[in-house]
Design a protein around this ligand. Structure first.
Ligand code: SF4
Ligand code: SF4
Length: 344
């Protein structure tokens, strides 16, 4: 596809050209950085590490109405989003774009989910390559990279005074034209490739995932899990801030006769998540819930969809209030698995 560039002080101008799109970019909301609709292009800055809240909420909102109805009547009013209403997400990090490609498996599996899929189809993903990965990033261990193109329509590189934009799909080309970007040359493309290589060398953490999906089930009843779960607070932060976590609950709500069925984020780290109406809970303690979180990402999901459901963004490590560290758990699970194999 194409190579483009624009001067850094022309960012607002480029965003202003996207009149056919609803544009999302990182914005500070209190102490939290998350993607918001751009109201004022001049307020947008692409000078950030990564958003606190991943952009999964743009495809799978924290709370969303599935349909409306009136009590006592049989008609329903579906609220499926309009796939022709174009959206552009500008500045998404490569790990978060990769996360969409993983979650796509679930929402297109036994029942294609029109709410998620319509938004995906309507959205152009314009990435921002990482030049300085965070201390807990481990994206190369799980199929990513600081300048990974997977799942993106275009990728922006910050080259100092200017941005270089590499378009990767027709949607990306359309974005570049609408934003009025100028053509870039070989020099910018080479500088971007060099930056990507250097950033890869700066990733500090890693985990060799070979064998993990197979050996985690062997640790199902192992005491191994308690060394981490004992200090877990069941706060759910690790899952709510994870770009690949996708658990939800469905509830009906009424105000008078006006009613709606809504879907909202839930987390397998809450005791209520698996509590049955009978009162029985198959995951009664934090041990079972921690085991499920890790096993779902690194064993059950790969078994079903042939891909690990983690992109190594490091958010669960950075934000866990008691420093539970997924890389550490995985590393220790390998040692525990090796011990089990020896005693078997
Ligand atoms: S963020 Fe930490 S304390 Fe909170 S549920 Fe996750 S592992 Fe437990
Ligand atoms: S499990 Fe942790 S490191 Fe992996 S994608 Fe989720 S938040 Fe990021």
């Amino acid at each position: 596809m194409g190579d483009y560039k624009f001067a850094k002080d022309k960012l607002a101008e480029a965003l202003s050209g996207l009149t056919d799109y609803e544009v999302f970019a990182p914005a500070a909301v209190g102490d939290v950085l998350r993607f918001k609709v751009v109201e004022d292009p001049a307020s947008v800055s692409l000078d950030y590490d990564n958003t606190t809240v991943p952009p999964k909420e743009l495809m799978f909102p924290q709370t969303e109405t599935l349909f409306k109805y009136r009590l006592g009547q049989t008609d329903i009013e579906p609220t499926v989003p309009d796939a022709s209403a174009k959206r552009a997400v500008v500045g998404i990090r490569p790990c978060d774009a990769l996360a969409y490609t993983i979650v796509d498996n679930l929402y297109g599996w036994d029942f294609p989910d029109p709410y998620y899929q319509q938004r995906r189809e309507a959205t152009t993903l314009v990435g921002l390559a990482c030049s300085d990965p965070c201390a807990n990033c481990f994206c190369p261990s799980v199929g990513g990279a600081p300048a990974s193109e997977k799942g993106l329509d275009a990728l922006i590189f910050d080259l100092g005074d200017a941005y270089y934009v590499k378009t990767l799909t027709d949607k990306g080309e359309e974005f570049a034209k609408a934003a009025g970007l100028e053509a870039a040359g070989d020099a910018e493309a080479k500088a971007a490739a060099k930056q990507g290589e250097e950033a890869l060398g700066k990733v500090q953490r890693s985990i060799d995932t070979a064998g993990i999906p197979e050996h985690l089930p062997e640790l199902y009843d192992d005491k191994f899990w308690e060394q981490f779960s004992d200090r877990c607070l069941s706060c759910g932060i690790c899952t709510f801030l994870c770009p690949t976590c996708h658990c939800f609950d469905i509830q009906d709500e009424s105000e008078g006769f006006d009613s709606r069925r809504a879907r909202m984020w839930d987390t397998c780290m809450f005791a209520e998540y698996t509590r049955h109406t009978s009162g029985h809970n198959p995951r009664p303690t934090r041990k079972e819930r921690t085991r499920n979180r890790i096993s779902h990402k690194y064993s059950y999901f790969p078994e079903k969809f042939d891909v690990i459901a983690c992109v190594g963004c490091g958010r669960c490590i950075n934000n866990c209030p008691v420093n539970i560290d997924i890389v550490d758990i995985l590393e220790k699970s390998k040692q525990a698995g090796a011990k089990e194999a020896k005693t078997a």
